[in-house]
Structures are given as C-alpha cells and as structure tokens.
Design a protein around this ligand. Sequence first.
Ligand code: SF4
Ligand code: SF4
Length: 366
Amino acid sequence: MPQVGDLRAKMSSLLEALNKWLCGPITVMEVCGTHTVSIFRSGIRTMLPKDVRLLSGPGCPVCVTDQAEVDAMVSLAKKPGVVLATYGDMVRVPGSCGSLAEARSCGAEVAVVGSAIQALALAESMQDKEVVFAGIGFETTAPATAVLLREARRKNVKNLSVLSLHKLVPPVLRLLASDPTLVIDGFLLPGHVSTIIGTAPYAFLAEEYGKACAVAGFEPLDIMAGIVEIARQICGGRPAVRCLYGRVVRHEGNVKAQELLGEVFRPASVRWRGIGVVEASGLVLADDYSDFDAYSRFGITLEEVNPPAGCRCGDVLAGRIAPLECPLFGGSCTPQFPVGPCMVSSEGSCSAYYKYSSKGVSPWGA
Ligand code: SF4
Ligand code: SF4
C-alpha cells in the first residue's frame, strides 16, 4: 500500500506540473458524478490554482432522469398488482405527484434492487404480480439490464417487463460541446462508462469541437493527473482524447458488452432533465425484446412535464450554473427535504456541494 507521504509527494508534483502548463483561465467539466464527489471529498477543489474552474456535468444517472420518467415510475408503482423495482437513489426523487417513497407509504409496491438481475428473482417469486424494472443509468448499467432481459427470455418469464430509461453519454456531450453559450474548454471523462464504450466514441470532441479530453479513474491522483493532462492539451493547443485509466479502459472498450447492448436495445432520442431531447441519446428495447417493453405493456407515453418550481437541476447538469447559484440551495432544498434529484442522489452535484463545500482546507497540505 502506498504511504501517505508518497501520495502527498505525488500530488504536489502533479500540482507543480499543472502550474507549469497553465497558460490562463480554463474551465473543465467533470462529466461523472463520482468524479464530482471524489473531487470534493479529496479536497482537490481547494488546492487548484484559481485559474482552473471545475464544472459538474450530466454524469449522475439519477439526476438526468427526466421529470416525466419519474412520474411514469410513480404511476406504474401505484397500479394494482404492479411491483416497481429500481435502484435505491431513485426512490426519493420527487415526481410531480410525490416520490416512489411516498407512493410506497400509501401502499404502492416499490422494491429496491442492488442489481438488475434481482428483478428476475422477484418476478419468479411473485407469479401473481407484474414486476416492472425501471432501468436507469448510462452505458455502465445498461449491460446489466440487457443480461436481465436475456435471462428472462431464456427462462420464459412472463410477468416481468423493463421501463428502459437508460441514457448514452457521447450524444449529450456533443450537445454540450456544440452549445456556443457554454464555456467548456475540456472534459474529464467518466471512468466506468469508458470501460464499456472505450475511448473512440469521444474522438469527435477533440476533432470537431477542439475540446481537451482525459479519461480518468476515481482516485484523487487519477483526477489530478486528468486535470493536468487537460491543461497540457489546452495550453499546448493540441486537443485530443487521452486515456489515463489504462488499467481498466481499453481503446475499443468492452466489445462483448457492446454486442449485448446492440442485441437488446436500439438507440432513441430521449429527454434529459432540464437539457431537453437529445438525439439518439437513449436506449429502448429492440424489436426482438418488445414483449418485455413496459411502455407498450402498460400504454405509457412520456409527455413533457415541468420540473419542480424554482429547481435549476437542468442548468446545473448542463454546467450553466453551480449548485450554489440555485436560489433554493440550502434553503427550501436540502438533502433531508430535496426539491430536485441533484440534491437526492449520492452522486448529485447539489448534494456534493451541500455536504462538502464548507470544508475548505486541503487535506494534502498543498
Ligand atoms: S462512470 Fe460510473 S460513476 Fe461515473 S456517472 Fe457513469 S455510472 Fe456513475
Ligand atoms: S439546489 Fe435543489 S432545487 Fe436547486 S438545482 Fe439543486 S436540487 Fe434542484
């Protein structure tokens, strides 16, 4: 195990490198919610030079789930004979008529699962119920939903369906990169998503939009190395997509997982919370799996729904504002009484700012 002194020394040499490369103010978006939390927890924000501005991005799967999608989950859960299964953080996200947790307290059946495949066991053990798995998340969690569907098909399970709310990262990054009103010089790209898709699908960010990019792991040194790399690319005038997470990310990604996704899903244009409809940025069930599709089984269509009054989650997710600029932050919106998902999710930027932003001392002594 590395010694604390070694880690400190490595961190301070990365900081030195950052100061060496930096040629002026730069804005870097950390796309992934786990990066946001790790940046706060490790005190990285407090030791960065003032010319480096970090923005949180659309990388929390719970936060980007649109209000209409939350409402669809809640209304499904309230149907007699339906058990709605989904991941934990989703349960407290407020929909237009309350959250899944509130629906559950009024008698709706909501099951929290730690992995998609648990929904299959639920369906098998509750033959008299319809189990609907609400599959949220990016390329990282979609393969688990695909495995669930394959298994359900193999076992000929009839009382299970999937409400696919999965979203894809590269299309939303294209939207952000092409928006002239957003100032983003570089992207710190998500580690787990990249293990599935590889680095090739991000090439357009550098080639078409001139954005500096680094795929980084989640340890503080990984993140700092990513920021140094981005500064080096920006200030050297050579934007590219560099992978600094070679221990788990390959250029071509996980080809088996990609094939599985191609078998079970097809891309579709879907709405992201506060960002709007993004072309080909979601995954819906492929025709071969349409008999498992909760949208058609329960006649669900997603209409545009207004987010909670005053909530600026959409602007936070697009990097237009920092959480502290939302007028509800810390007042009517807190982790105990959240108004929007960014304050609910453990990967949400509002919740990270709320928990960590007052701790302004660098634990690295830098
Ligand atoms: S890479 Fe992993 S941790 Fe980051 S947003 Fe995606 S799922 Fe969450
Ligand atoms: S502070 Fe609350 S209301 Fe404001 S953007 Fe964050 S989650 Fe939404």
